[in-house]
Design a protein. Structure first.
Ligand code: PEP
Length: 257
C-alpha cells in the first residue's frame, strides 16, 4: 500500500462555489497547524472546481472531482472528460460511489471504464466498493466486494506514475453515524488487498495502491481504524461538510499515524 495515509473529503451536492471556497480555505489554514505528511483531498461539485483550485494550489491539499466520463469528447451531454478535469487542476476522482450506483444505475462495467479513462489522463481514481445491508445480512459481503474490485480492475495495469485508491464503504454505514466495527472493516480491506496482490506485481501494490475506509468515519473513530493493518485512510462524507470537523479528522489521523 502507498505508505502515506489519505483523508478525502466528499462534499457531495452540499456546497456551492461560495461554501466550497470557504471550506477549502479553512482546511488550508487548519493544515498549517498540523504537520500531516499524508494526502488530503477535497472533492467539491464540478462548478466549484476552478475556484477551489485557486485556494488549494499553493497548499498540500489536492483537488478531486466526484465523477468522470469514460468518454473523451463528443456528444455526451452533461458529461466531463478526464482531460477537462485535468485542465482545472484535478488530480483525483471518486468513481463508482454507491449513491451513483444506486440512483444513476452505474454498473461495474461503467466503473471500470471510468477508472481506465481517469488513469489514462493521469488522474488517480478513488474507486468505491461496498455491500448493502441486505447483502451483509445474507453473508454476501466478501463476494460482492470481490466482484466489484475485480471488475473495476479488469484490463488495468499501473505504470510507475499511476496510483489507484479503493474506498471500502459498506453502504449501510454511509451517512448513518454508525461506522462498521474496525476489525470487520480490516477484514474486508484484507479481502480487497488480496485481489490487488493477485492483480498487480507486489511492488505496484506496495507503492501505487491504497485502501481507504468510508462510512461515518469521523475524528473519534478514525484512530481505531488506523490501528488495523489494511486501513490507510478515509473517505469522509458527513464529517467533511463542516470544515472545522474535517480538520479535526485530519488531526486525529495525523496523531494516530
Ligand atoms: C461517503 O458517502 O462517501 C461517506 C463516507 O459518507 P459518510 O462519511 O457521511 O458516511
Amino acid at each position: 500500500m502507498l505508505q502515506k495515509p489519505f483523508v478525502v473529503a466528499n462534499w457531495k451536492m452540499n456546497h456551492g462555489v461560495k461554501h466550497s471556497v470557504e471550506a477549502a480555505a479553512d482546511i488550508v489554514v487548519g493544515l498549517k497547524q498540523i504537520p500531516f505528511t499524508g494526502g488530503v483531498v477535497v472533492c467539491p461539485v464540478d462548478t466549484a472546481l476552478m475556484a477551489v483550485q485557486t485556494i488549494v494550489e499553493e497548499s498540500p491539499v489536492a483537488l478531486g472531482a466526484q465523477d468522470v466520463s469514460w468518454e473523451d469528447t463528443g456528444s455526451f451531454t452533461g458529461e466531463i472528460a478526464p482531460w477537462m478535469l485535468r485542465e482545472v487542476g484535478v488530480d483525483y476522482v471518486i468513481v463508482g460511489h454507491s449513491e451513483r450506483r444506486k440512483y444513476l444505475n452505474e454498473t461495474d462495467e461503467m466503473v471500470n471504464k471510468k477508472t481506465k479513462n481517469a488513469l489514462e489522463e493521469g488522474i488517480t481514481p478513488i474507486v468505491c466498493v461496498g455491500e448493502s445491508f441486505e447483502q451483509r445480512q445474507e453473508g454476501e459481503q466478501e463476494h460482492v466486494v470481490m466482484r466489484q474490485v475485480q471488475k473495476a480492475l479488469d484490463g488495468i495495469s499501473l505504470g510507475p506514475a499511476h496510483s489507484i485508491l479503493f474506498a471500502y464503504e459498506p453502504i449501510w454505514a454511509i451517512g448513518t453515524g454508525q461506522a462498521i466495527d474496525a476489525e470487520e472493516a480490516n477484514h474486508m480491506h484484507s479481502v480487497i488487498n488480496q485481489i490487488l496482490i493477485d492483480h498487480f506485481p507486489d511492488q505496484v501494490v506496495k507503492e501505487n495502491t491504497t485502501i481507504l475506509y468510508g462510512g461515518s468515519a469521523d475524528e473519534k473513530n478514525t484512530p481505531g481504524f488506523l490501528e488495523k493493518q489494511h486501513i490507510n485512510g478515509f473517505l469522509v462524507g458527513t464529517a467533511s461538510i463542516k470544515s472545522q470537523q474535517f480538520v479535526e479528522v485530519i488531526k486525529a489521523v495525523h496523531n494516530a499515524t
